[in-house]
Design a binder for this molecule. Structure first.
Ligand code: 3H9
Length: 700
């Protein structure tokens, strides 16, 4: 059995300590240990109360996710274990030492009292795994804090730190000092006061107040349309909480929860989301990078360029409590950059998500400078100037002279040659790419680009720094566009070809929106601004690429996108809703005719395949060339950096679910029909199909 629970007596108190490192999920040995521990304490007349706590850094991280989908596991089930706890006639106190998530919080909700360390987060994040809290969380939490707060907590799945959880009534007390000692002292107080037990299942006051309140659920459903579009679990969660409020008995509500939980378990979204959970963690494991590689100690950072990217990266450092110098050689740019940062923080403060004091602290960690030499004492420097290889080479030549020995030198390029940049220094082993996504202070993805000389120390330090900055980091090989941007090229190209061949931008965008991305390629292009590419192409003397002909023609008519109210779409003053536009459609048809296309109708299915399958084919080529380490890494990149819906698991997982043989057949057909290089089937894809394997089989 995996994991265990230690039993010891401290006077009249039985102390159960969960031991399943690193984060104490409820594996078989933990469930059995909780059941047996409570049984032993109940049989011992010398025990008056029971304290449950966790060893290591968590209380309990939830059910053991790795057991999902596995054959039946040994020992008692979670329902049996917590049933035993809830039936106890001796008070049980949860002493929450650290993270209490999912099944972990549900265990605590079966206890009579809850005390927590001030730093401990609690929460029911099951929704993020395509699940609902299936061990009574949907029934007990509303009884404790009311349906409205319960809906918010369970549908968002976000962590709630102990002080807020105390305010909400989820926990009864914040511990001062050692949590175990505080838990035992609390248990002794409860015993001294008559050992009163207190079962949440018997509490009715909060939900009675919610009975008949249909508005609450109607509004919650409206919010789901925006925040959890297309997802299966959130609606199931609402049904469970409605049952908590309206069912005749607690047990009836539990039955509904059990049934709807089982439906979530069967849903493909659950499998896809759990794939992403493990893929994000696997991405951290770099072959050959062992724990004994000595990493660079990062106490100070330096960032070059105070534009959107540089400013966002500086905020990441400040948010993590690391002082950072922000360099720009133009005083006006620097002042503007700082103002933007200040404005970003001020907005967070005005929304109540950051205190003014914390904002001031973070601002004080960002030290502006126009003096390049000031950057030298950073343990890491991240160059974030615009995409120009000559400029970047010049900066790295200078950095080589000013940066202290042993510092990490990173470029935030989104696709330029990291080796060429590293070659400008005398220490290419300390150079790598750290590609943040815009806005850098918000987006979770970081591509760590391994140059041919980047050392394990460099790579390990960049990955560890990414974790400290709150990023999901993925290692990519050095090739144009790395993982993400190399793949997105194929997606955009196909979308642009399809509007030449006869599809309308609105149809393509709707297909992509319905699939789950926040917007389609043309709404996105309008948002970014069509003129950026147009001007760049003009500077380079124009382009022969057919896919640029439409945006160029739109720009020639002063249609730059959202910024001036017209692009592929038209926009009304102060409204970002894209509306189809006859003039743009005429331009598209004209260019298409000039280029000799015979326009035709597209089915939504074909549009989806033409947009998504290039990602799959290019992804397979990246794997084949060793530029991505795992199919799961590619999925992690797409979900965290490109808004690909996590509930379909990323492009490679999605391809597996469609059947790789069918995906390959479509790719071969598109190659035959268009001759476009993007469709030249990847050898790896052909091999997987020939062997009856899929991408998941590569990751093991
Ligand atoms: C649930 O509870 C359902 C119930 O309602 C009902 C059932 C009937 N299981 O993230 P880290 C592993 S659903 C198994 O790097 P951190 C993780 O894979 C569950 N393994 O550390 C990693 O392994 P490795 C609801 C788990 O400190 C290692 O632990 N709970 C689980 O950055 C360290 O993880 C959740 O959704 C698990 N539950 O973050 C919580 N959790 O070293 C999911 C972690 O081999 N977990 N592992 O790569 C988390 O959010 C974070 O892991 C946590 C720690 C915040 C706990």
């Amino acid at each position: 059995m995996k994991g265990s629970v230690h039993y010891e007596k401290r006077g009249e108190i039985a102390l159960l300590s969960i031991d399943n490192p690193p984060v104490n999920p409820l594996s078989s040995g933990v469930r059995q240990g909780l059941y047996d521990g409570v049984a032993a304490a109940l049989e011992d007349d010398g025990v008056k109360a029971i304290v449950v706590t966790g060893l290591h850094r968590a209380f309990i991280a939830g059910a053991d996710i790795s057991e999902f989908g596995a054959a039946a596991t040994e020992g008692v089930g979670l329902h049996e274990a917590i049933g035993k706890m809830e039936a106890s006639n001796k008070p049980i106190i949860a002493a929450i030492n650290g993270t209490a998530f999912g099944g972990g919080l549900e265990v605590a909700l079966c206890c009579d009292y809850r005390i927590a360390a001030a730093t401990a987060p609690v929460g029911l994040p099951e929704v993020k795994l395509g699940l609902l809290p299936g061990a009574g969380g949907t029934q007990r939490l509303p009884r404790l804090i009311g349906a409205e707060l319960a809906v918010k907590a369970i549908v968002s799945g976000d962590p709630i730190f102990a002080p807020e959880a105390f305010e909400m009534g989820i926990i009864d007390k914040i511990a001062e000092g050692n949590i175990v000692e505080a838990g035992i002292a609390y248990a002794q107080e409860i015993v001294a006061a008559g050992s009163v037990t207190r079962k949440i299942r018997d509490m009715d006051e909060k939900i009675a107040a919610d009975r008949g309140n249909t508005t609450l659920f109607k509004e919650a459903r409206q919010r789901l349309e925006k925040t959890r579009r297309n997802q299966f679990a959130p609606e199931q969660i609402l049904k469970c909480i409605q049952a908590a409020v309206n069912a005749d008995t607690f047990d009836e509500g539990m039955e509904i929860e059990r049934k709807l939980f089982a439906e979530c378990m069967e849903d493909p979204q659950r499998e896809a989301l759990i794939h992403i959970f493990f893929a994000e963690r696997a991405a951290n494991k770099i072959p050959g990078l062992t724990k004994d590689v000595p990493l660079i100690d990062i106490n100070k950072g330096s960032v070059i360029g105070s534009g959107t990217m540089g400013g966002g990266i500086a905020m990441c450092f400040a948010n993590a409590g690391i002082p950072v110098r922000l360099h720009d050689n133009d005083a006006d740019n620097l002042a503007r950059g700082l103002k933007v940062i200040e404005g970003n923080y001020a907005r967070t403060v005005s929304r109540g998500r950051l205190s003014q004091e914390e904002m001031d602290k973070r601002m004080s960690l960002i030290i502006p400078t126009e003096n390049f030499d000031d950057l030298g004492d950073g343990d890491v420097v991240i160059e974030a100037v615009y995409e120009n290889i000559d400029l970047k080479k010049e900066i790295f030549t200078k950095l080589d002279k000013v940066m202290k020995e042993g510092a990490l030198l990173a470029t935030n390029t989104s696709g330029l040659d990291v080796d060429a940049i590293a070659a400008c220094t005398s220490r290419p082993e300390f150079v790598c790419g750290m590609h943040f996504f815009s806005p850098a202070n918000v987006m979770r993805l970081l591509e760590v680009v391994k140059g041919k000389e980047s050392s394990p120390v460099t790579l390990g330090t960049a990955m560890a720094l990414g974790k400290r900055l709150g990023k999901v980091s993925v290692v990519a090989g050095n090739c144009p566009g790395f993982i993400g941007n190399r793949m997105i090229g194929g997606y955009s190209r196909q979308a642009n070809l399809m509007i030449l061949e006869g599809a309308k931008p609105a149809q393509v965008d709707k297909v992509i929106f319905d699939f789950g991305l926040a917007m389609g390629p043309f709404a996105m292009a309008d948002m970014v601004g069509l003129d950026l590419g147009w001007r760049a192409r003009k500077m380079m003397g124009g382009s022969n690429e057919v896919t640029t002909r439409i945006p160029d023609a739109l720009c020639e008519l002063d249609r730059y996108g959202q910024k001036n109210g017209k692009g592929y779409y038209q926009y009304e003053e102060g409204d970002r809703t894209p509306r189809p536009d006859a003039i743009a459609d005429e331009v598209i048809e004209k260019v298409s005719k000039e280029l000799g296309y015979t326009r035709r109708e597209f089915s939504d299915e074909e549009i989806l395949k033409r947009c998504i399958y290039p990602l799959v084919n290019i992804g397979a080529k990246l794997l084949e060339e060793g530029l991505a380490l795992r199919a799961g890494d590619i999925d992690t990149v797409y979900v965290n950096g490109y808004g690909f819906p996590a509930y379909v698991g990323g492009p490679m997982w999605y391809a597996d679910t469609q059947g790789l043989a069918d995906v390959l057949a479509d790719i071969e057909r598109f190659f035959e029909e268009t001759g476009d290089d993007v469709w030249k089937p990847a050898g790896l894809l052909q091999k997987l199909v020939a062997d009856g394997n899929n991408f998941a089989s590569l990751d093991g």
